[in-house]
Design a protein around this ligand. Structure first.
Ligand SMILES: Nc1ncnc2c1ncn2[C@@H]1O[C@H](COP(=O)(O)OP(=O)(O)OP(=O)(O)O)[C@@H](O)[C@H]1O
Length: 131
């Protein structure tokens, strides 16, 4: 029983620590990647825009998914870049292809997020400027 409780405690502590590592990872991402700082700026604008233009719950869900998609793609792209740089310090065709495909994935997500943002915010901005 005592052993169980201890392992649960350790398990809970471990979960908290894991959250800490995950936040450190996000901090490293923003610190080391200029693109991540662009995503951060876009995220702040999207959230502020959401409040100012009073978007609906469904629109918030779409914006949240779009933001998460871009951040996740950028994070995985950075991981791939770092691993590729470690494995192939010199020019290598495999490294080029891996990095280009990974960058392509970010581009696809960013374009989708931009389209969602335009569809949601543009009509509201037009209405706002008309009155
Ligand atoms: N070791 C390598 N071998 C071959 N080509 C490479 C290598 N490293 C980078 N490249 C090529 O250079 C491009 C840019 O790589 P780099 O590591 O500078 O990424 P980046 O443009 O800085 O990406 P990000 O802006 O997302 O950090 C890659 O997409 C790839 O085409």
């Amino acid at each position: 029983m005592q052993g169980n409780m201890n392992s649960e405690k350790n398990g809970f502590k471990k979960r908290i620590k894991s959250f800490g590592f995950a936040f450190t990872g996000l901090y490293e991402l923003v610190k080391s990647e200029p693109n991540a700082r662009i995503h951060l700026t876009a995220t702040i604008f999207a959230v502020l825009g959401g409040f100012i233009l009073r978007i609906t719950n469904a629109e918030w869900c779409i914006i949240a998914i779009a933001i998460a998609l871009v951040w996740a793609a950028e994070a995985f792209n950075t991981v791939i870049e770092k691993l590729v740089d470690h494995l192939f310090p010199e020019y290598h065709e495999t490294a080029r292809i891996a990095k280009d495909i990974s960058a392509g994935a970010v581009l696809v997500c960013a374009i989708a997020a931009l389209i969602c943002g335009l569809i949601i915010f543009l009509p509201k901005l037009v209405l706002l400027t008309n009155f």
